[in-house]
Design a protein around this ligand. Structure first.
Ligand SMILES: [Zn+2]
Length: 256
């Protein structure tokens, strides 16, 4: 073989080798591009399952209370005579209540919201679904929704009331403990327990949650006296304490 031919052959061989190497590298990049998102999605899915399992485990040891501060973000709820908003009163009482309940050794607190920012809030309907989902995924034992009323046709209307879903006796019992404690504060009139007879009128959060549930309307913020009390720090603390006592009393009644 002449040296020039040898060189040509050698160069061709090298070129073929280089081409093959390039092909291998390209395929490796393509495969990893396809596999990477797949691995990521499997990983996030397994994280999700772990989170739920963790909640299930803690359920065996603890009594779980889901606190739902009504409204939030762009949904202010009703507005008081002096301009205060239902969503803020509900959140303040919710956080205070959560603090009190968390001090109990065997109670685990779950919130549907802990601030005014609700990234998942797109429509009021979404909001209710999400609140129910949070409570149900956590296997909450109790679900309590916190609200304020208003009636601008009659600004004399005032008073505290507690709503429950009558399909379970437990809901009525839970609501009675709450209403008893709240009406004992004597800051307003006692409007008593309320329940809906028609499923169409059902308050969605009470209808769909798996937990024993109740919805408290602390008072009418369209009424000067109710609003004055409910927007004040001492008023909010007293309401949180009353709800806390109601929850503890109901919980104790279960073990009797
Ligand atoms: Zn409300």
């Amino acid at each position: 073989m002449e040296p020039s031919n040898f060189n040509l052959d050698y160069r061709r061989k090298m070129l073929r080798k280089r081409k093959k190497r390039r092909q291998i590298i390209t395929s490796a990049i393509l495969i990893s591009l396809i596999l990477f998102p797949l691995i990521l999605s499997i990983k996030s899915e397994s994280n999700f399952i772990t989170t739920i399992q963790k909640v299930d485990d803690s359920d065996k040891k603890e009594f779980i209370v889901c606190i739902d501060a009504g409204h939030g973000d762009w949904d202010a709820g009703t507005v008081g005579v002096s301009g205060c908003e239902e969503k803020d009163i509900a959140l303040n009482i919710a956080l205070k209540l959560g603090e009190l309940l968390s001090s109990e050794d065997d109670i685990k607190v779950i919130y549907t919201r802990t601030s005014d920012s609700l990234p998942w809030l797109k429509t009021a309907n979404d909001s209710l679904k999400e609140r129910i989902k949070i409570s149900n995924l956590a296997n909450a034992n109790l679900f309590i929704s916190l609200h304020c009323n208003s009636n601008y046709d009659d600004t004399n209307a005032k008073g505290v009331e507690t709503w429950y879903n009558p399909s379970l006796k437990a809901n009525e019992d839970f609501a009675s403990y709450l209403q008893h404690e709240l009406s004992s504060l004597n800051y307003t009139t006692n409007r008593g327990l309320k329940f809906y007879e028609d499923k169409d009128e059902a308050l969605a959060v009470l209808e769909k949650t798996n937990a024993t549930s109740a919805l408290v309307e602390f008072g009418f913020i369209s009424n000067f006296q109710d609003e004055y009390y409910l927007k004040s720090k001492p008023g909010q603390s007293a309401c949180a304490e009353a709800v806390y006592k109601g929850i503890i009393d109901y919980k104790n009644s279960l073990s009797q």
